[in-house]
Design a protein around this ligand. Structure first.
Ligand SMILES: N[C@@H](CCC(=O)N[C@@H](CS)C(=O)NCC(=O)O)C(=O)O
Length: 225
């Protein structure tokens, strides 16, 4: 089984199924495809049916789309608790994952994942406040019910879906409740996340489109090192 991923420092969608595969100890290899540089879109188009990563390859099966990959893994490895055990919890976990997939657009566009960076204060809380309030309500409610440290107690696919959001809160020091901050810490404490982070920090590549100083006009493309 192989997972095609983007640059670890920036690729939010790649991080999600990679965490599921790694945390649940499913044997796989990965390959990084660049998300910037000359001809990168041609390479993506050759390797991925959607021209995007992640893509899971299992023998002759090629699965794009993060949610589909996670659902395939849950079907293929039914003994792994990728979704919570209870019927109602599974429904709520899938609802949270879907909400993440289709929502939180302000956070996604104004606060790109950038694991190696620390940019406190550079993303105005006003531009993302609605998303932060929704996160506080969603995470707070689920954590209160489960007792934490993850949304449904033990780590599940729902947490994998929100891991990139947790990194944005830390990178830009976005103001959230204590409960939400504790959840961010829980994500960072996960061994699988630590493994990804350590690899991300070794990457030399810069994707200007995801660098806040370029986006906000403080730095010219090609000048971030
Ligand atoms: N809906 C897709 C989104 C995947 C996606 O947008 N991936 C980004 C990297 S994080 C990508 O491949 N970008 C390539 C490009 O923009 O050309 C999913 O759920 O996997």
């Amino acid at each position: 089984m192989k997972l095609l991923i983007g640059n670890r420092n920036y690729s939010t969608w790649s991080l999600r199924p990679w965490l599921v595969l790694t945390h649940f100890e499913i044997p796989f290899e990965d390959e990084v495809l660049q998300l910037a540089g000359e001809g990168f879109r041609d390479v993506l188009a050759q390797r991925s049916p959607t021209g995007r990563v992640p893509v899971l390859i299992d023998d002759d099966l090629v699965v794009p789309e993060t949610i589909a990959i996670i659902e395939y893994l849950a079907d293929r490895f039914p003994d792994k608790p990728i979704w919570p055990a209870g019927l109602k919890e599974r429904a709520l976990a899938r609802a949270a994952a879907s909400e993440m997939h289709g929502g939180f657009s302000a956070l996604r566009s104004h606060a790109p994942m950038n694991l190696r960076a620390s940019h406190p204060g550079k993303v105005s809380a006003d531009t993302v406040r609605k998303d932060l309030h929704r996160l506080e309500a969603l995470w707070g409610g689920l954590l209160e019910k489960s007792g934490g440290p993850f949304l449904f107690g033990e780590f599940s696919a729902a947490d994998a879906m929100f891991a990139p959001v947790a990194t944005r809160i830390r990178t830009y020091a976005l103001p959230v409740s204590d409960v939400a901050n504790e959840y961010v810490e829980a994500i960072y404490s996960l061994p699988a996340f630590q493994t990804w982070l350590a690899m991300a920090l070794k990457e030399p590549w810069v994707v200007d489109e995801d660098e806040i100083d370029v986006i906000q006009g403080r730095a010219k493309p090609g000048t971030i090192v």
